[in-house]
Design a protein around this ligand. Structure first.
Ligand code: PEP
Length: 251
């Protein structure tokens, strides 16, 4: 039985004061939903203050990115052990990073290895663009991204890993995938690739989220699908009532 997980990716939104107000609004509602793993991913600048606020709760934090090296001359980057000071999770390979910051299957792979080495749980994002979908290349893209992500990794603990299927065309557009389609991609492509790479048992144990324009209204339809174990939520995670509705829909 896979425990549902909902992660809020705030992206580059909220200064420290705004983050403080948002978390204060979220804590009571999030704390009451114990059957779902709840993860907040604020920007780096707010991690420390948010970590102080959620200390003693079951709410976990995630970073939105990470360098694979643990220290050195990498101006502007944050290392696994720096992130580990505040976070249990780290989002890796988000499509916005692949699109705007040259994130490749190779850098995703290095970051996943860095995360595993430092006992951080990577939330690994995969998904196709609209053009790729229209050319019927979704399966090929997911397979390439997953093989690349796990290159050189021979065994994994499925409890220390989360995958998010995020069709690029659905992220931040208000055009969510259909729940049945997302379920089909996750079951027949994401889990199938996990099976090829690590075997059937791990493919069934690993949690796979859907991400892409999830909101309070549509979340329930996604989360009742058999292959979908929760959501990676962008825009709606900045609105407390929407985010709480989404988390409750995962129970
Ligand atoms: C995301 O940032 O991963 C995401 C899915 O964004 P949104 O929910 O806004 O589409």
């Amino acid at each position: 039985m896979r425990k549902p997980l909902v992660a809020g990716n705030w992206k580059m939104n909220k200064n420290v004061q705004e983050a403080t107000l948002l978390v204060a609004d979220l804590i009571p509602g999030l704390e009451s939903v114990k059957t779902v793993d709840r993860v907040l991913c604020p920007p780096f600048t707010s991690l420390m203050v948010v970590a102080g606020m959620v200390a003693g709760t079951e709410i976990a934090l995630g970073a939105q990115n990470m360098h694979w090296e643990n220290s050195g001359a990498f101006t502007g980057e944050a290392s696994p052990s720096m992130i580990k000071e505040f976070c249990h999770y780290v989002i890796i390979g988000h499509s916005e990073r692949r699109t705007y910051f040259c994130e490749s299957d190779e850098t995703v792979n290095k970051k996943i290895k860095g995360a595993i080495l430092h006992d951080l749980i990577p939330i690994i994002c995969v998904g196709e663009t609209l053009e790729e979908r229209e050319k019927d290349r979704t399966g090929e893209i997911i397979s390439r991204q997953m093989k690349g992500a796990f290159q050189g990794i021979e065994s994994i603990d499925p409890a220390k890993l989360v995958i998010a299927y995020e069709p690029v065309w659905a992220i931040g557009t208000g055009k969510a995938s259909s729940p049945q389609d997302a379920n089909n991609v996750i079951g027949n492509m994401v889990r199938e690739n996990m099976k090829i790479l690590f075997g059937e048992e791990i493919a069934q144990l690993v949690r796979v989220l859907y991400g892409g324009s999830v909101n309070g209204q549509n979340a329930g339809d996604f989360f009742k699908q058999s292959e979908i174990d929760g959501g990676l939520v962008g825009g709606a995670s900045l609105k407390p009532s929407d985010f709480l509705q989404i988390v409750e829909a995962a129970t």
